[in-house]
Design a protein around this ligand. Sequence first.
Ligand code: SF4
Ligand code: SF4
Length: 342
Amino acid sequence: MKKKILGKTNLEVSIIGFGGIPIQNLSMREAKGLIREVLDAGINFLDTAQGYGDSEVKIGEGIKGRRGDCILATKSPCRNAQQARSHVEKALRRLGTDYIDLYQIHHVSKPYDLEQVLAPRGPIDELVKIKKEGKIRHIGITGHNPDLLQRAIEQSPELETIQFPFNIVEDGEPKRLLLNSAKKLNVGIIIMKPLAGGVIPEPQLSLRWVLQQGVDTVIPGMILSSEVRENATIGDEPLPLSSEELFRLKDAVKDLEENFCRRCMYCMPCPEGVPIYFIQELGDKVKVEAVKKMCQDMYARLDKTVEDCTECGECEKKCPYELPIREMLKEKHKLLTGIEVN
Ligand code: SF4
Ligand code: SF4
């Protein structure tokens, strides 16, 4: 497995990492077995989050006796100092470890989130204190809005990594600017959703394409042994795409590109509080059988759904891809519930 230095953290991470969302769907016994296979395949970077159900607990069980073989990253939506401290303590307990290699501030996707994160005596200042205590070793930030992440790393030298969705469909100038800025500042680059939430039909080509873009590590979700083996093989020898393979990948995603939400969040906020980008994502992922039930359950738990949309059209004025959001949301509601919205 090829490794890279993750920016100024100096951590040496496998270029294929482990995305910890889907492991929620496995039993504890299956999850432990999978984590062992992941580590045996040379994948040493494991990413999870407080918000991924029992993913932290399962990863903690899976790495028992092998803490030295892995680099553990977790995250939470901490927006003040008190939350930062209590969330880190909770993660340490759930992961069954006495240190976390990388603690990331999760889902900073609105200007107000960023204000809170950068505020004096806010979460970053507290995480710096916790780092001095040895409970976490590095600090990062994650989000879907490339402009905000760029502002974050330009304003806070304490942020050592960024994590955001990136693939051939979810590309564009703001992400390229973010990549350039991160490289200039020696900030580690972690890529989530390299398969656009599982909807890109050529997963291996997609992973290789992302690895070609100068990122440090890519963290696809995995629940099958075959996925671990296939992804690890790519990490062993990440060949650049030939022109014929690039053509194949572009051809495979051309239908997606027409009406595909890139989760940039420029359409937010919705005056009714509808989490537009999240519903778009669940509605794409629900087509993948392995995570169908999880997506339906997550949608059922939302405070606001497509049923709360008043069709004001504000979101469509702000979407840079000119997506017919209102129609898309109705389709996704039907996919997620089996019921038409009136
Ligand atoms: S059209 Fe619906 S989803 Fe879009 S901003 Fe208006 S209420 Fe929100
Ligand atoms: S609907 Fe448009 S603006 Fe909103 S997150 Fe998706 S791509 Fe971005």
